[in-house]
Write a protein that binds this ligand. Structure first.
Ligand SMILES: [Zn+2]
Length: 169
């Protein structure tokens, strides 16, 4: 299982293959905190190419149907993820481009030898997921309580109002 998820970008370029894989969501342990259910699969495909400057470019396409955890009521939220990520691979830190030279939608990485596709996919999933998934106000189980709390907060005078009162006196 893990063997076939390791790949050498150079070999991928030579063969011209596109790696197409999928794994159950449960394989991505780093995601478990963010999910309400360990259900479904993550599908991805990886291909590599060499650009005009002979540097290695990697293209990763991800798609997954995930059940995220609402950060207000902890209930399930269905989430459809489709993400395309591009990487430029470098042999060492010294050959990494200066920050301002980096192209906006390309991540630069130092890679020597084989890469772990599962680890890469997990990292990109974590980056692509919303930090604070929330239900719509109408469908969230906690929305009524939350609104009540917000109402209470508004009743307290803001620290800025207090400050301006002190200044005026
Ligand atoms: Zn909710």
């Amino acid at each position: 299982m893990s063997e076939k998820n390791h790949f050498d970008p150079e070999h991928l370029i030579q063969s011209g293959d596109v790696m197409k894989r999928s794994a159950s969501v449960a394989h991505f342990e780093g995601l478990s905190d963010r999910l309400a259910e360990q259900a479904g699969d993550v599908a991805w495909q990886l291909s590599a190419s060499r650009d005009a400057h002979q540097s290695v470019k990697l293209l990763l396409e991800l798609s997954a149907h995930l059940v995220l955890k609402c950060q207000r009521c902890l209930g399930p939220i269905e989430y459809e993820l489709n993400e395309t990520r591009r990487f430029a691979l470098f042999k060492n830190e010294a050959s990494l481009p200066e920050l301002e030279d980096e192209e906006d939608d390309i991540d630069c990485m130092v890679v020597t030898g084989e890469m772990d596709a599962l680890a890469l996919v997990e990292e990109e999933l974590l980056l692509a997921l919303p930090m604070m998934p929330l239900h719509d106000t109408e469908s969230c189980h906690a929305s009524i309580e939350a609104q009540e709390e917000e109402g209470e907060l508004e009743l307290k005078p803001s620290p800025f109002a207090m400050l301006s009162r002190l200044r005026n006196s």
